[in-house]
Design a protein around this ligand. Structure first.
Ligand code: TXA
Ligand code: MG
Length: 331
């Protein structure tokens, strides 16, 4: 059986709400990636997310809200800096980790004393949240440890009939997961870089958030081998790409290349993708490109390294994880 991909008509949104209220899973588009949604107030429903994804039960999931004014229903403390970030970037690709309110279930928080909250901007996510009324718990709608989905078809390919309904909102605009800032210590801490960059956060906070450290709350997206394709993948500096291709070619390895500025060699016959040169467009296409490279069933994937400045921080982070190899700790 294949899952039901549906256009986000008003009737489909109504049915999605009924499914959520009945404890079923509904995948839906956000501006970052597709989420696998369940009623955040129904622990049995949230538990189904973990079995559908094959994700360890002690990993927390983000609760999506329609309206930031309901933040205090989920968080018992909202520091002034968190309020400022929410005011500046919500609705949008930002997740805040805050001390949880008493009502928030352990299944949602992974047993931690904090909860991840996000107000997404995608019109379909907003329509669903408005109609549902409550919080929707949703991790990225992929199997645990794999590449996040940025189209409805990606979700269907990954989860099959483990999800009851997939609302189709087309390709996600941002293409990589939200920026996560934790307010669980003395200072805001960046747990996961995203489209909202360090300079954006600096602009609002008047200082940079701390880099994550050993005391950081657990975030599965921060495991080394997260977002990994199945094919071994390697980052290669632009000026070394042609030489690396030639060397692998001599060993008769079939390779797939994700280039950005480097031109395809005239004699190259395997899969070659020219990624956009700008960071936002590159991020938009990244996961679809990684899926295509992975599906080519080659011996190795070569990815042209990207710049390391703030504009590329989130993309660099995902590429570093994607290329770290299969023998890493996957949790
Ligand atoms: O863009 C996004 O954030 C997407 C869309 C669907 O909203 N969601 C997403 O969820 O990427 P997920 O579960 O795949 O990644 C969220 C990360 C996980 O690594 C999780 O461990 C972490 O956020 N997280 C959630 N709640 C947390 C908490 N209370 N403390 C620490 N980390 C938390
Ligand atoms: Mg994820």
């Amino acid at each position: 059986m294949t899952p039901c991909i549906e256009a986000p008509t008003r009737a489909a949104i109504r049915r999605a709400v009924l499914l959520l209220r009945a404890g079923e899973l509904v995948a839906f588009p956000t501006e970052t990636v597709y989420g696998l949604g369940a009623d955040a107030g129904n622990s049995g429903a949230v538990r189904r997310i973990f079995s559908a994804k094959g994700r360890p039960a002690d990993h927390p999931v983000i609760v999506h809200l329609y309206d930031p004014s309901r933040l205090t229903e989920w968080a018992r403390v909202v520091p002034e800096d968190a309020r400022k970030l929410a005011a500046a970037f919500w609705p949008g690709p930002l997740t805040l980790i805050l001390p949880r309110a008493a009502r928030v279930d352990d299944v949602v928080t992974g047993g931690q004393d904090s909860v991840g909250l996000r107000v997404p901007s995608h019109p379909v996510a907003r329509a669903l949240l408005a109609a549902f009324g409550g919080g929707i718990a949703a991790p990225s709608a992929n199997r645990f440890g794999r590449i996040s989905p940025t189209t409805a078809q990606h979700v269907a390919d990954d989860l099959g009939n483990a999800v009851t309904m997939i609302l189709d909102g087309g390709a996600c605009g941002v293409g990589i997961e939200s920026t996560i800032v934790a307010f669980t210590g003395d200072e805001p801490m960046l747990l996961r870089p995203g489209a909202i960059g360090l300079s954006d956060l600096f602009g609002v906070l008047g200082r940079a958030p701390r880099a994550r450290d050993a005391a950081a709350p657990r975030a599965s997206g921060t495991l080394a081998a997260h977002y990994a394709p199945k094919t071994p993948a390697m980052l290669v500096a632009a000026n070394a790409l042609h030489a690396e291709i030639a060397q692998l070619g001599e060993r008769d390895e079939v390779i797939a290349v994700l280039a950005r500025t480097v031109a395809r060699p005239a004699d190259f016959v395997d899969m070659w993708i020219d990624a956009p040169a700008g960071a936002a467009a590159y991020a938009h296409d990244l996961y679809a490109n990684l899926r295509a490279l992975d599906a080519a069933n080659v011996d190795a994937i070569l990815i042209e390294a990207v710049p390391r400045d703030d504009a590329w921080l989130a993309v660099f982070d995902r590429l570093a994880r994607a290329t770290r190899g299969e023998d890493d700790d996957r949790d």
